[in-house]
Unconditional design. Structure first.
Lengths: 292, 334
């Protein structure tokens, strides 16, 4: 019985982190058909931002967390202003943006390596200690992850569904031309979406680094999971990505407990391929595949 | 045989003829080795261009197929005592068979899904290889894991040129790699300018109309994936026999992007672009070695620069220039 509680708890923690890492990706794809290959590096940038704020500037950890999130947002804005802006509406946007963001990713990862070195720093922005609840040991950090993920995702869901700003984003996602005709500033929307995605990635990075260590390539593994989650949910489905992330987190925790950590990702991928054979556009995606 | 196929094949034969004289012009072993590396990456880039630029399949799993060829040779020579001459084509066939399965799983899906799934599969293979802990056998007193673990395979049996040509063994290797590049490049010309290329163009121009005329999109995509996988795997096998190693570093993201930058700089959707791009990128990386460790940052920067400013690469620029000259000429006559 205890084992099941432990699996559910670590599964939820994993799932919350995956959700934080993947909803931003889903949002960018949903609104602008752009898939950001640099997403994992954005996570690392957020983590290093928080580390720098706490360690070098001595800011309290809660503010340092906000600092990490803000760093992610700044890089999201830069990505839009320096790269994406010039590519919107060009031929083969979907392939070209994958290539361009992959290039941005390796460039930024190399700059991180040059700035901070490869030494695996410990993330200072985290909570120590554990609490024992009905025979199950819970670390404060995994509770913090659940809370941060819940607050950020709830805030994003509220903004998307209840505000004019969110309405404009959803309108752009549904039909760019119609939104443009209704007076929505689509270019500004794209900038805002990339800032939000960057902030979410930054938050995810801080959380992920608190469970392991900081390194310039720390984002690769979680980003690949986020890719897989977005694909199985259906690219662009934000709610679907959240639900799928939690589900896959739980499944992975169970696989790790019963079969071994090594097979977590392979079995997850096998599951994903099976799902996609039945539903080529993902679980929550709209059918857009050209049949032949 | 159409004009375009004949002209391109003729050009390719001239290039290959020129390349055949390289070992006699370059005495330095380091430089000749660099040309071998160029031929290997150019071959991978050429196949990637056929797949992405022409068949419209954006795969990020090309280094997985390359690694299947390389690991295939390494494992067959180490465990089964195969001659590398036999192991090379078998490794290529193994890559093609893997492509059938990956293709069946992914290629029905839309563009971005294909890219992400192939990328994830490649990463999965990498994780499975480096997390292997049990020893399969012991070789030379050391632990040899079945897939080589983090250290991979080393001291793979060579092609026998060290015994045959003594000090000039690298010239033997050069001609083997050149032959594989030739096969890969000539095959790409035949695919691009032949009936298959015609089908790809029809499917890219109007998927619905092409499907209505009886072209099966998924089947053509899988065919393209398997053909390019064969040559990519063959190139991987050549890599393994030339360097006599195969290891998990083949899966490095920077290697994948290095080759992608060759395709992008040369020009997607062209025929000669990737060869040109490979030559340019190899030269740039070689020159940049004097400026410290900037390889990866430079590759990333060049990719972004080209995608934003020149998405058709240098080949596309050439095409536009030719078109410009032609239109200005017709204006003059009019």
């Amino acid at each position: 019985m205890d084992a099941i509680f432990q699996i559910i708890l670590s599964g939820l923690t994993l799932g919350a982190m995956y959700a934080l890492g993947s909803v931003g990706l889903a949002l960018t794809y949903g609104t602008m058909r752009m898939f950001n290959m640099a997403h994992g590096v954005f996570m690392a940038i957020g983590a290093y931002g928080a580390y720098f704020a706490a360690e070098a500037l001595g800011i309290p950890i809660l503010l340092a967390l906000l600092g990490g999130i803000a760093t992610g947002g700044v890089f999201g804005a830069l990505l839009h202003l320096l790269v994406v802006r010039f590519m919107l509406g060009t031929k083969d946007f979907e392939i070209n943006i994958l290539v361009a963001t992959a290039g941005v990713g390796i460039l930024l990862q190399d700059l991180l390596l040059k700035t901070f070195g490869a030494y695996p720093f410990r993330q200072p922005v985290q909570m120590e200690g554990t609490v024992n609840l009905a025979g199950v040991t819970i670390t404060f950090q995994s509770m913090a992850i659940l809370v941060v993920a819940f607050v950020l995702i709830a805030a994003m869901a509220w903004a998307l569904t209840k505000t004019r700003f969110g309405l404009a984003i959803r309108a752009t996602a549904m039909n760019r031309e119609a939104a443009l005709l209704m007076g929505v500033n689509v270019t500004a929307i794209y900038l805002q979406v990339l800032i939000i995605a960057g902030m979410l990635a930054g938050a995810a990075g801080v959380m992920i680094s608190s469970l392991s260590t900081l390194s310039p390539d720390m984002g690769t593994n979680p980003a690949i999971r986020a890719f897989v989650i977005c694909v199985v949910a259906g690219l662009g489905s934000v709610g679907g990505a959240g639900i799928t992330a939690i589900a896959l987190g739980l499944i992975e925790a169970a696989i790790q407990y019963y079969i071994g950590a090594r097979f977590g990702l392979p079995l997850m991928l096998a599951l994903v391929v099976l799902v996609l054979i039945r539903r080529p556009a993902g679980l929550f995606g709209r059918e857009e595949v050209i049949r032949s | 045989m159409t004009d375009s196929i004949r002209n391109n094949l003729l050009g390719a034969v001239l290039l290959l003829g020129a390349l055949a004289f390289v070992p006699f012009a370059i005495g330095e072993r380091y430089l000749l080795n660099e040309v071998i590396v160029f031929l290997l990456w150019a071959s991978v880039a050429v196949q990637w261009n056929v797949l992405t630029g022409h068949a419209g399949v954006f795969s990020l799993g090309q280094m997985l197929l390359f690694a299947i060829g390389a690991y295939g040779v390494a494992m067959m020579t180490t465990y089964l005592g195969f001659s590398p001459w036999v192991a090379m084509p078998v490794g290529a066939v193994a890559a093609a068979i893997a492509a059938v399965f990956i293709g069946l799983a992914c290629l029905r899906l839309a563009t971005a899904y294909v890219a992400l799934l192939t990328f994830a599969m490649s990463y999965m293979a990498y994780v499975l290889i480096i997390t292997e802990t049990e020893c399969f056998t012991t070789i030379g007193g050391g632990c040899q894991r079945f897939f080589g673990g983090t250290s991979g395979f080393s001291r793979i049996e060579d092609l026998g040129f060290r015994k045959l040509l003594r000090r000039d063994w690298i010239v033997g290797n050069y001609f083997v790699v050149l032959a594989i590049f030739a096969l890969s490049f000539l095959a790409s010309i035949i695919v691009i300018h032949g009936r298959l290329g015609l089908a790809f163009r029809a499917l890219a121009d109007s998927p619905a109309y092409a499907a209505a005329r009886g072209l099966d999109r998924t089947r053509f995509r899988i065919v393209a994936f398997v053909i390019t996988a064969f040559f990519t795997g063959l190139t991987g096998a050549a890599y393994a026999v030339h360097f006599r190693t195969a290891g998990p570093s083949l899966f490095d993201f920077s290697t994948l992007l290095f080759i992608l930058s060759m395709v992008i700089v040369g020009g997607l959707r062209s025929t000669w672009g990737p060869v040109l791009g490979a030559a340019i990128m190899m030269t740039l990386v070689e020159v940049s070695k004097d400026m410290g460790e900037i390889r990866n940052a430079m590759i990333g920067f060049i990719i972004v620069l080209f995608v934003v400013l020149m998405p058709d690469g240098i080949a596309g620029l050439g095409r536009r220039l030719r078109a410009h000259i032609r239109t200005s000429k017709t204006k003059e006559t009019a």
